[in-house]
Design a protein around this ligand. Structure first.
Ligand SMILES: Cc1cc2nc3c(=O)[nH]c(=O)nc-3n(C[C@H](O)[C@H](O)[C@H](O)COP(=O)(O)OP(=O)(O)OC[C@H]3O[C@@H](n4cnc5c(N)ncnc54)[C@H](O)[C@@H]3O)c2cc1C
Length: 259
């Protein structure tokens, strides 16, 4: 699909902009990068990262996605406006939104988007203040259907969660066990585990407890091309201790690895 002209784009999107900023602030730090790299990328009009679609193309993509996924597919104007913003100053209406019901939906969307060179923007609570949860491509919103605490393993000290689980919900569920998830961003009442992992969220107790990355044992990941992989730092002493001393954890990890 060739890029449309700037004029067409202006007609299509109510809030067009020839400048898209992607400040990548990473985790909790709000300091400019120390590397001297620019923290924002200015894209010229017509750049493929700003490609827009005709109405017919959008309708075709919506039809395809409805056929491919079991989750919800939202391409109406109200949804696009609602998903155009987040806890940041930017506004970019997405091409459309998918609310995946399970990992197979995520695989289907990623594969479809990859084949057509459409960006995908995973989205949790959209509390990332740098505009990370918005973009003109397909938004994947994990908060509605993929928001469950799957299992608590209190003796082994770990949980299995879906990415859209809100941190506060997790801590409520852990309270009866006398446990909690230590990283404590001040957005904990609404931010999700998926967003916390992606931004390596931290909080005021991070000097003592560490940040989100210190508490991730393994990840069931869908890559940009739709390939599903299990990622874990198997050299991590915590990982080795868990899998070494608890046969059921070892078999769970093995199961996840072969999903
Ligand atoms: C009032 C307020 C207070 C805050 N306080 C803190 C703080 O103390 N510490 C701190 O670190 N941050 C803080 N933040 C920033 C933000 O809340 C955190 O970065 C939070 O972890 C983001 O979670 P989210 O669910 O809102 O993710 P989103 O904002 O929806 O997404 C953030 C990033 O994660 C990606 N992402 C989301 N889900 C997935 C997924 N399933 N798979 C892959 N990528 C995914 C998104 O694409 C995006 O790049 C604050 C924000 C606000 C508005």
């Amino acid at each position: 699909m060739p890029p449309t002209s700037t004029r067409q784009r202006r007609q299509e999107f109510p809030e067009p902009s020839s400048i898209v900023a992607f400040p990548w602030l990473g985790g909790a730090t709000l300091l400019p990068p120390l590397t001297g790299q620019p923290s924002c990328l200015i894209l010229p009009p017509g750049h493929s990262a700003m490609r827009s679609f005709t109405k017919a193309q959008r309708q075709a993509i919506e039809r395809d996605l409805r056929r491919l996924v079991e989750g919800e597919v939202l391409f109406d104007e109200i949804s696009r406006v609602l998903y155009a913003s987040s806890a940041c100053i930017y506004e970019i209406p997405p091409l459309g939104v998918v609310l995946p019901r399970h990992a197979k939906d995520v695989v289907a969307v990623m594969r479809y988007a990859h084949e057509r060179d459409i960006p995908v923007i995973p989205r949790g609570a959209a509390s990332g203040v740098a505009g990370q949860a918005i973009g003109w491509g397909l938004v994947l919103d994990f908060t509605k259907h993929m928001n469950r605490l799957l299992k608590v393993h209190p003796r082994e000290n770990f949980v299995q969660v879906q990415p859209g689980l809100v941190l506060e919900r997790l801590n409520e569920a852990l309270r009866p066990y006398g446990k909690f998830f230590p990283p404590d961003p001040s957005s904990g009442r609404f931010c999700t585990l998926g967003g916390m992992i992606a931004t390596n969220a931290a909080g005021i107790h991070s000097l003592k407890y560490g940040t989100t990355k210190d508490y991730v044992l393994g990840l069931d990941v869908v890559l940009a091309n739709g390939e599903r992989v299990w990622l874990a730092d198997e050299g991590d002493p915590l990982f080795q201790r868990l899998t070494g001393t608890h046969p059921q954890v070892a078999s769970l990890v093995e199961g996840l690895r072969h999903l």
